[in-house]
Design a protein around this ligand. Structure first.
Ligand SMILES: [Zn+2]
Length: 375
């Protein structure tokens, strides 16, 4: 790598350090930022100037006397200048949101999916994103990137959707197709990121949290399918081909009911939307969800467990029963169960999280996708 490349990477890392410090501790001054980050005061001043000019940071306008010397100016993430667009491609609908850098939802739109053919999905998504962008531009906001969540396994290394059974996709070259559709729809040249919808849902809870001490979270989504978005050690964990978290096809009963995937006894045959709709008493579904949570907890020991998806909106009781079930398992082992909470953004979790994906990548410049190796 050339020296200039190294310097650019170091600068990106330093900028992300400052942004993350201010997200966790709004109001820090330049001097405090230097102290917390270990960077020199002159480097901090230079980078802060740039970040303010580019609309990432803002001065609060208040000045705080810091004993001797010049008064210091508190800094914070700028929630007014930039915006992110998130898209969820669901089996039944398209949802598009715009959010601020602090995760405030500014605008939303939803329409039924016209067709599941990839070119049509790209065109329809791009048209909605163009509307979101027009709204954002009308408010004088600058677009920082577009994120997309979809119900399939996305291979980060190649930009290919390996498998999306509910859309009928296999090995779809999605990233180039959607990028081209966005350009044709008049979007400026901004980063475009794609991920599985359960993964983006996890980021809707993780990326806009001020709790920096917590570096792991699992989001379980219960809809037609059942999946988990997993954040481990401060990063999305997606597995070799984007298939991590397919917990709907973990086996809950040996030789159980036949699943759409061909196996028997998968979690989805007990708590998938179709199974819940057939149940006389959905409490049974809540019990199985609790078993899944218990297995996730003992496998990953995450800082937070969040449950969402359309089934949780339709049968809110299953979340409570799942939590009680997890607590009972924990008590049997003489341990304290982690808290389980309902998704903060409801049915918008995946779309808001897709917007958060843009930030997740930006603030982690060492991610392989952020710096592909030269070939
Ligand atoms: Zn299955």
């Amino acid at each position: 790598m050339k020296t200039t490349g190294d310097q650019q990477l170091v600068k990106r890392i330093n900028r992300s350090v400052l942004l993350r410090l201010l997200r966790a501790h709004p109001g820090l001054s330049r001097a405090r930022l230097a102290g917390e980050s270990g960077l020199t005061k002159s480097t901090v001043s230079l980078l802060v100037r740039e970040l303010i000019d580019e609309g990432w940071l803002t001065e609060t306008g208040l000045t705080a006397a810091s004993g001797l010397g010049r008064p210091s100016t508190p800094l914070q993430i700028d929630a007014r200048t930039r915006g992110l667009i998130g898209v969820e491609i669901a089996v039944e609908a398209l949802r598009v949101v715009t959010v601020s850098l602090l995760g405030q939802v500014l605008w939303t739109v939803e329409e039924p999916l016209d067709s599941t053919q990839p070119p049509a999905v790209c065109r329809q998504s791009a048209a909605l994103v163009a509307r979101a962008y027009a709204e954002m531009a009308a408010q004088g906001r600058q677009l920082s990137g577009v994120g997309i969540g979809l119900p399939g396994a996305f291979d980060d290394a190649t930009g290919v959707v390996r498998f999306a059974p509910n859309l009928g996709w296999r090995n779809v070259d999605f990233l180039p197709q959607i990028t081209q559709a966005l350009t044709l729809a008049g979007l400026p040249d901004v980063p475009v990121h794609v991920q599985n919808e359960a993964d983006t849902a996890a980021l809707s809870e993780y990326e806009f949290s001020e709790d920096e001490a917590q570096n792991s979270l699992i989001f379980v989504t219960c809809g037609t399918g059942v999946g988990a978005g997993i954040v481990l050690n401060d990063r999305l964990f997606t597995g070799m081909q984007g298939m991590a978290g397919e917990i709907g096809h973990s086996i809950l009963q040996v030789d159980g009911p036949l699943c759409s995937c061909g196996r028997r006894g998968c979690a989805e045959t007990f708590i998938g939307a179709r199974a819940l709709a057939r149940m006389v008493d959905t409490r049974r579904g809540g019990y199985y969800l609790g078993v899944l949570l218990q297995n996730l907890w003992t496998t990953f020991n995450p800082g937070s467990l969040v449950v969402g998806g359309s089934s949780c909106e339709r049968y809110p009781g299953i979340v409570t029963i799942a939590q009680d079930t997890l607590q009972a398992y924990a008590a049997s082992a003489g341990m304290e169960a982690p808290t389980v909470r309902a998704a903060r953004h409801g049915l918008l979790a995946s779309a808001v999280g897709a917007a958060a994906l843009v930030l997740h990548q930006y603030l982690r410049p060492m991610h392989p996708r952020a710096h592909p190796l030269a070939t």
